[in-house]
Ligand binder design. Structure first.
Ligand code: ADP
Ligand code: ZN
Ligand code: ZN
Length: 870
């Protein structure tokens, strides 16, 4: 029998990032498991924690081991494999284990200790006083019982208390009486009831007349409904029915009904069916003929939605080939990862659906990851349509309670499929057979807050634990995944490449036109619509077909570009664009720190039309209204989609053809499938190209490919216009030809030349502090220390030379966002290649530095494989 639990407590600090030993009280022994959530005493507080290990004995002095105070759930929220995964995450991403554990559970279970007060069981003097008053002491000598035995009336109790605490002021006596009656009272509630008496409560606590305890309280309550059932049957029921008087006719009806139904039914339903009142039911229960019970139910956010049932389609040859390979691995029950590269509309989703069906048939479970679930309502519909209530949806816009209930269906094995954004990768299935990651290249799979994990890595790791299959699907796979599939060098992550080049519908990919916006300007068109796009929109309006207009949200006003020749200021050393800094009026490189004054005329062509670039959806909407009077525009961006369900509503309106144009940011690029859309326009297709990010070209290619894929998916042929100031850029040219392979070839060449992923790995370290001079010194110390440690380990060396192992440290330089929340920020970048444990090197260096400082104001954040460099 285990007597010791190793518990990770909920303190997000480095010092407490290890398991602490607690004694398992005998009454919990059968219930505590690895993954259990518990409340434990920690210092003077009570904290939530997770059991990560069980032992028969502890190395600690037994007298110093405290017992677990409470067990918070009967079914542990985490399974042992998730606990193990959290350990792996803490090593891989240099985060605390508690941060990794916390990200795995719904926020509803992020319990915080709440302070309660009660009247202590036995207060010296109470018993004597009570005895003196002629009341016999009860057997247990327990003060509670004692008070109860004083006759139970308020008066008698008040009297006893009065005798004991006669010296106290009246407010204090009133508080004591209130608490004793209530039993256990949250301190916050007491504060509300006696707002003026804070001092009195404190005094009572310090005198020991009140005691304080702490308990973990969840962020929400489980939802229950009242149910009613007959409590009698057979002869007893006959007798009961015979006993009703004429006035109790309604009660009799209720009992007859309950006997007929035979199972508990919701009280609300009962009342409305029979037209009786709750009072009638209550009387029936009081007579012992019926029981009223609160039963826990799941809140179902999709309860009032109907989904059109769909049946499996007959797969095309291409789909069959892919399906057979994946299904082979699934049936073998061995871990394998597939990279499914299929053009938009090639039927990837149908392959997912049919693979999941096989997975369910094996009595295993499947997780489906989508970039942002509120942006993919059509995906939800297809899965609900195929699998109905076997599906749980972990939607970010659900209320905390709804999300918790969906999660609970997974934990309790009530569903076989979970769909959600990146954190759904932690869906607590115990017989996981399949993880599908749709649009695997999307950056939203990387969490930008601690723990800074990538759902793709976690998916592969989890699948390995379970002998499960992973499908990474995309029309534009990330270069990392594609390169890994091609080179098969990394044994941790070497997906098998599967390809689908055709659309089952037989429709071809849309024709794409690139419009040179420099030419437009030359010809005197200063509008944001080129003449060809303008004409195309007009045609669609006339033909009553629909258009999607796309505007890249990223890259506003950050880079400097010449409107005449398309020149963009780049860093001479890094081949990425410089960022404009308004305050100092200069341009800076966020990788190496290079700075130069902002030009007022174009250094390339001398034009004065050089400026920082940016435009917004609202402006586009305004211009559309001016150019096309009466045009119906549905605008979808962060401003119009803040409300819950607004996204679905806008799309529904567009589907019902209540709009001629769907105008939006990234939101309109993804996963939408509207038969009547025959035109897609990318207004400033290249605006993201100029971000100071080595992935700028890749992101641009992905977005353009994706948005172009929205046109002409069905009978009507589609047409796409890409407006650009750099129409000769390879990402734009290859996107216009739907040519992923050529793009990859060219992009990989660049990456290799510049030493960026996938030819090396990155760790971004951001140091922040409130005082700039202190920060500069510390950042320099940190970089020096890190270099020193790397040299000691013998791994320091330039990546230029194509050695298999190398590690280079860039910086420190000011972060692209140099001040956030009153803190200045500096960063270092580690680039490395080969089998080096660079994360551990960085983590140790950071920990060593923080340990050596009394100054706790310094923060060091570590981002492994960063996606956002801004
Ligand atoms: P993707 O996920 O690759 O973008 P989808 O799965 O959405 O592609 O498929 C695109 C369209 O083709 C959908 O309307 C889908 O119903 C249809 N489709 C997929 N597979 C088949 C098939 N085997 N036979 C007929 N239609 C199919
Ligand atoms: Zn120019
Ligand atoms: Zn640079």
């Amino acid at each position: 029998m285990y007597t010791i639990a190793k518990v990770i407590v909920d303190v997000p600090s480095r010092d407490t990032d290890r398991p602490f030993d607690y004694r398992i009280p005998p009454d919990m022994a059968g219930w505590i498991e690895i993954g259990s959530r518990v409340g434990v005493p920690f210092g003077r507080r009570t904290l939530q924690g997770f059991v990560v290990g069980l032992e028969k004995q502890s190395d600690m002095d037994p007298a110093r081991i405290k017992p677990i105070q409470e067990l918070l759930d009967h079914l542990p929220p985490l399974s042992p494999d998730l606990v193990e995964l959290a350990g792996w995450m803490s090593r891989k991403y240099a985060c605390t284990t508690i941060a990794a554990l916390q990200v795995m559970i719904p926020s509803a279970l992020k319990g915080k200790a709440e302070r309660y007060v009660s009247v202590p069981d036995l207060q010296p003097g109470y018993a004597e006083a009570a005895a003196g008053a002629g009341v016999p002491a009860s057997g247990t000598g327990n003060a509670e019982n004692l008070f109860r035995s004083v006759g139970g009336s308020m008066e008698g109790e008040q009297g006893a208390l009065f005798a004991l605490t006669a010296a106290l002021p009246p407010e204090a006596r009133s508080i004591l009486a209130f608490v004793r009656n209530a039993g256990l009272v949250p301190l916050s509630q007491l504060g509300k009831r006696y707002p003026e008496e804070g001092e009195t409560v404190k005094a009572l606590l310090s005198q020991g007349l009140l005691t304080e305890t702490q308990q973990i309280k969840d962020q929400m309550r489980r939802k229950t409904v009242k149910t009613v059932a007959a409590a009698v049957s057979g002869e007893a029921a006959e007798a009961a029915l015979a006993s009703f008087t004429a006035q109790a006719r309604r009660q009799k009806e209720v009992l007859e009904f309950l006997l007929e139904v035979g199972i508990p039914i919701s009280q609300q339903e009962l009342l409305s069916t029979l037209g009786v009142t709750a009072g009638t039911v209550k009387k029936l229960a009081e007579k012992g003929y019926a029981v009223i019970e609160d039963v826990e139910v799941y809140r179902d956010p999709y309860a009032d939605r109907r989904f059109k049932a769909t049946v499996p389609l007959e797969l095309t040859d291409e789909q069959s080939d892919v399906f057979d390979k994946i299904n082979g691995a699934l049936q073998a029950r061995v871990h394998d990862t597939f990279l499914l590269h299929g053009v938009t509309g090639s039927g990837k989703t149908e392959v997912y659906l049919q693979t999941i069906e096989r997975c369910i048939a094996q009595d295993r479970q499947a997780i489906v990851l989508v970039p942002e679930i509120s942006l993919t309502p059509q995906m939800v519909e297809r899965f609900k349509g195929r699998f109905g209530n076997k599906v749980a949806i972990l939607h970010s816009r659900l209320s905390g309670g709804e999300r918790y209930d969906e999660w609970r269906k997974i934990r309790e094995g009530k569903v076989q499929v979970a769909i959600g954004a990146r954190s759904a990768v932690f869906a607590p299935f115990e017989r996981l057979g399949l993880i599908v990651m749709d649009e695997e290249h999307e950056t939203s799979y990387k969490q930008e807050e601690t723990p800074k994990y990538h759902a793709r890595d976690v998916a592969v790791r989890r699948a390995r634990q379970h002998g499960a299959v992973v499908i990474l699907g995309s029309a534009t796979p990330s270069l990392e995944s594609y390169h890994a599939a091609r080179s098969q060098s990394d044994d941790e992550f070497a997906p098998m490449l599967l390809e689908m080049r055709n659309r089952p519908s037989g429709s071809s990919l849309p024709k794409v036109h690139i419009v040179d916006m420099r030419e437009e300007l030359k010809e005197g068109n200063r509008s944001m619509f080129s003449r060809p796009l303008h004409q195309a929109i007009a045609d669609r309006l006339e033909r009553k077909e629909q258009s999607v207009l796309f505007l890249n949200r990223r890259g506003f006003s950050t880079f400097v570009m010449c409107r005449s020749c398309g020149y963009v200021a780049n860093c001479p050393d890094c081949d990425i664009s410089l960022t404009y800094h308004e305050k100092s009026n200069n341009l800076r490189c966020h990788y190496c720190g290079h700075a130069e004054p902002a030009p007022s005329i174009c250094p390339e062509c001398g034009s004065e039309h050089i400026r920082y670039f940016g435009t917004g959806t609202q402006r586009v909407e305004g211009e559309l209204a001016k150019l096309f009077p009466g045009i119906r525009v549905i605008r979808m961006d962060v401003d119009t989609t803040t409300e819950k369900g607004s996204h679905e509503r806008l799309l529904q309106a567009f589907r019902e053809q209540k709009g001629d144009v769907l105008l939006g940011t990234q939101m309109v690029a993804k996963g939408l499938d509207f038969p009547n859309v025959t035109l897609v326009g990318a207004i400033a297709a290249d605006s993201a190209l100029n971000l100071p990010d080595f992935r700028a070209a890749e992101k641009t290619f992905q977005l353009l490919t994706q948005v172009a894929g929205r046109a002409g998916r069905h009978q009507l042929p589609g047409e796409v216009f890409i407006q650009s100031y750099m129409p000769e850029h390879y990402s734009i040219i290859h996107a216009s030809r739907h040519d992923y392979l050529s793009f990859v070839r060219e992009e990989l060449q660049h990456r290799r030349g510049l030493g960026y992923p996938p030819y090396c790995r990155l760790i971004l370290i951001t140091l922040s502090h409130e005082h700039m001079p202190v920060l500069v010194r510390m950042a320099e110390n940190f970089a020096a220390e890190l270099r020193g440690n790397a040299v000691k380990k013998g791994v320091f060396g330039s990546l230029d030379r194509l050695s298999a192992e190398a590690l280079d440290i860039l910086g420190p330089i000011a972060s692209p966002m140099p001040r956030l929340k009153k803190r200045y920020r500096f960063q270092c970048m580690v680039k490395y290649r080969g089998d080096i444990d660079a994360v551990e090197l960085v983590r140790r260096t950071a920990a060593g530095m923080l340990d050596g400082l009394k100054d706790s104001l310094l923060q060091i954040s570590i981002d492994v494989d960063p996606q956002m460099l801004m």
